[in-house]
Ligand binder design. Structure first.
Ligand code: ZN
Length: 178
């Protein structure tokens, strides 16, 4: 059995574009081959994310190709690639650099609409999750440190100059704003 997964994108003008993202092939039914694996699920989501992001970026860039003041087309200075970090993995997106129109003065000669939209190259949902994970990890590390120090005191040992203590002190200091 081959299960093809396709994504149909319908543009603002009503045009359809169909892209195949992957195929799942199975020859037998066993507990380990039933359904999708975690790796296949991740791959499908990443491919789907790439298509959704590319479609949205195309919609963003289309009106930027003309000057909003006089309606003249803006000249392209070329393209570069932009890495975008998302919850489903890191994507690479084509990012054009455009010349500003000369109908009025600008602070710079060129600009990149996508770089302006994503100055951190990271989507907010991933940033939120990373911050949350970091706070949880610090808490866990602090608990572990306190438990170890209590155990060391009981044993009459201290680890003043150990790498573990330095890491803990740094983490606690950062948390307390020191
Ligand atoms: Zn203009």
């Amino acid at each position: 059995m081959i299960c093809k997964i396709q994504v149909v994108t319908i543009g603002e003008d009503g045009r359809n574009e169909t892209r195949e993202i992957t195929s799942i092939q199975r020859t037998d039914v066993k507990p380990e081959t039933l359904g999708l694996t975690l790796a296949e699920g991740k791959m499908i989501l990443k491919d789907l994310q790439q298509i959704v992001v590319e479609s949205q970026v195309s919609s963003l860039l289309l009106p930027k190709r003309t000057c909003p003041d006089c309606g003249e087309p803006r000249c392209s200075k070329g393209n570069h690639t932009l890495s975008v970090r998302t919850v489903f993995g890191q994507l690479t997106v084509r990012s054009p650099r455009l010349h500003h129109c000369i109908c009025r003065p600008h602070e710079t000669k060129t600009f990149s609409p996508l770089a302006e939209l994503l100055p951190n190259h990271t989507l907010p949902e991933l940033l939120f999750l990373e911050t949350k994970w970091a706070s949880l990890m610090s808490y866990g590390m602090n608990i572990e440190t306190l438990a170890r120090r209590a155990a060391d005191r009981r044993a009459g040992q201290y680890f003043h100059h150990s790498p573990a203590r330095r890491r803990c002190s740094g983490a606690l200091g950062a948390r307390n704003g020191r």
